[in-house]
Design a protein around this ligand. Structure first.
Ligand SMILES: *[C@@H]1O[C@H](CO)[C@@H](O)[C@H](O)[C@H]1NC(C)=O
Length: 265
């Protein structure tokens, strides 16, 4: 039961985390204080623990409503005061309107575009990666506050390992070194989400939401009918190679300083 609901619980948890930090009432905003119907719902009560709010919200959703939320263009659930949400926005090296979540058709017409990630990574300067993430997070929040964002979830960083130069998306990544990719992910995510460089200061309020991609061992380029090469990625002995960036960014952030001590760049 818990396992079946895991992706969904994760989604709701993240939504609540994110909404806790929202200061504007213009764009998508659940539990808006101007909407009296949502006042009575425990999931709207910020004094309750997030786990309790998640349980409450999930228990109110029908199966059809849950299924409807499993795509990037999540439709609204008006009876619970939940607006539509666009999960797809892009910000690999700057906020962009490549995804449907960001619109550059109002007061804001563009955002800062930094060099592509393979070049930024070549600086081997994790504080610089963090600072770039900070700018991206702040500009994302500004676009949102201007009413030009349908969501605040950015599908970045791309931390798949760049194993073959024929991979057409390799330039999006920090390269072939799992340790560099892991360090890059940690620095970038902390910057975007509004954490400190050292981490651990978020307390549940996100500036914007980063989303490390893609699946482990995702190196193939098969996009819109163009298959650049064929490679059978059998993940067997190289778990540490493929998983290190994800492990670093998701599981062992707290050991980061130790790793840096033992493996200086
Ligand atoms: C920007 O585009 C969106 C989506 O197409 C539209 O809903 C909105 O009205 C547009 N805003 C302006 C100021 O044109």
């Amino acid at each position: 039961m818990i396992l079946q609901n895991l992706p969904f619980i994760f989604f709701v948890f993240f939504t609540l985390l994110f909404l806790a930090g929202v200061g504007s009432t213009q764009p998508p905003f659940s539990c808006d204080s101007s909407d009296p119907s949502s006042k009575g719902y425990p999931f709207c009560q910020t004094t309750l623990p997030i786990s309790q709010r998640v349980r409450d919200l999930v228990s109110r959703l029908t199966l059809d409503e849950k299924i409807s939320q499993l795509v990037n263009s999540a439709p609204p659930i008006p009876r619970l005061g939940i607006p539509a949400y666009q999960w797809w926005s892009e910000a690999l090296h700057g906020v962009t309107n490549v995804g449907p979540g960001i619109l550059f058709n109002g007061t804001i017409r563009a955002a800062t575009s930094f060099p592509q990630v393979i070049l930024i990574a070549a600086s081997f300067d994790s504080y610089q990666w963090y600072r770039i993430g900070q700018v991206i997070g702040r500009e994302a929040r500004a676009v949102y506050n201007a009413g030009q964002a349908n969501g605040m979830t950015f599908w970045a960083p791309n931390i798949n390992i760049f194993r073959d130069p024929r991979w057409g998306r390799g330039q999006e990544t920090p390269g072939e070194d799992p340790l560099v990719a892991g360090k890059y992910a940690v620095s970038y995510v902390r910057g975007v989400q509004g954490d400190t460089f050292q981490g651990g200061k978020l307390r549940g309020h996100l500036q914007a939401s980063a989303c490390c991609k893609h699946f482990t061992a995702y190196d193939l380029d098969n996009w819109k009918g163009i298959n650049r090469f064929v490679f059978d990625a059998r993940v067997s002995v190289s778990y540490e190679f493929e998983l290190l960036p994800l492990l670093l960014s998701y599981l062992i952030l707290c050991f980061w300083n130790l790793l840096v001590l033992h493996f200086p760049p």
